[in-house]
Design a protein around this ligand. Structure first.
Ligand code: PGA
Length: 247
């Protein structure tokens, strides 16, 4: 049976204290989640220090929402991969559309961040997705395959084998307007095919994933889990979502 991944992207929500309250409520619920579901929490940077000891290398993995491409240097406000490693972070989201839209991430910096994450032993969750304008113009596949190739350009087969991808149509993020599972599946098939070496890469769907629709996504052959925003902020909701992912 395929391994599934459910990653909660908390975005700019929850202080360190609020994050601990989440984890305290969430961990007892994890027992009911099938083992085939890898559970990842991506709190804000400021909560890593409080959440990390609570997870303590157990079933629930720690992720971050972004990473800089250098190990250290004059980059005010940035956080590097070794800094994340210090807190037991194993996953990092790279290229989320909100980073691309509000913080100037480009195909080039997404690639640099992906390389830096891999070099530090982190698993990058590389996010791609199209705007509603591109979708309406019939350019979804051209856009997401371009983003995917750009992000993974030059990676060795060994590194490619460690990459996780996320397809997040921008028009579906936080809107309650999720992409039809069959449509997402078709886009993900194109993503998988556009770079040799992605045959076995996990690809997550993101965009208004909820406890009651995740199973429709993971039932699709190309979809290996969810990257979840709003529905990951409540412990019961996220636990139900992770459990339902397994069908
Ligand atoms: P959403 O966000 O689940 O709130 O739509 C998903 C994401 O941005 O990763």
């Amino acid at each position: 049976m395929r391994q599934l991944i459910c990653a909660g992207n908390w975005k700019m929500h929850k202080t360190g204290r609020e994050s601990v309250a989440f984890v305290d409520a969430f961990l007892p619920l994890v027992r009911a989640i099938p083992e085939r579901v890898e559970i990842v929490l991506c709190p804000p940077f400021t909560a890593l220090a409080t959440v990390s000891p609570k997870l303590n290398g157990g079933r629930v993995r720690l992720g971050a929402q972004d990473v800089h491409w250098d190990e250290s240097g004059a980059f005010t406000g940035a956080i590097s991969a070794p800094m994340l490693r210090e807190y037991g972070v194993q996953y990092v989201i790279v290229g989320h559309s909100e980073r691309r839209e509000y913080f100037g991430d480009t195909d080039l910096t997404v690639r640099l961040k992906t390389v830096a994450a891999l070099a530090a032993g982190l698993t990058p969750i590389v996010a791609v997705g199209e705007t509603i304008e591109l979708r309406d113009a019939g350019k979804t596949l051209a856009h997401v395959t371009l983003q995917t190739r750009a992000a993974l350009d030059g990676l060795s087969p060994a590194d490619l084998a460690r990459v996780v991808l996320a397809y997040e149509p921008i028009w579906a993020i936080g809107t309650g307007r999720s992409c039809h599972p069959a449509e997402a599946n078709a886009v993900m098939a194109a993503i998988r095919a556009c770079v040799p070496g992605l045959r076995d890469a996990p690809i997550l769907y993101g965009g208004s994933v909820k406890p009651d629709n995740i199973a429709e996504y993971t039932a699709q052959p190309e979809i290996d889990g969810g990257l979840v925003g709003g529905a990951s902020l409540d412990p019961a909701s996220f636990a139900a979502l992770c459990a339902n992912a397994s069908g």
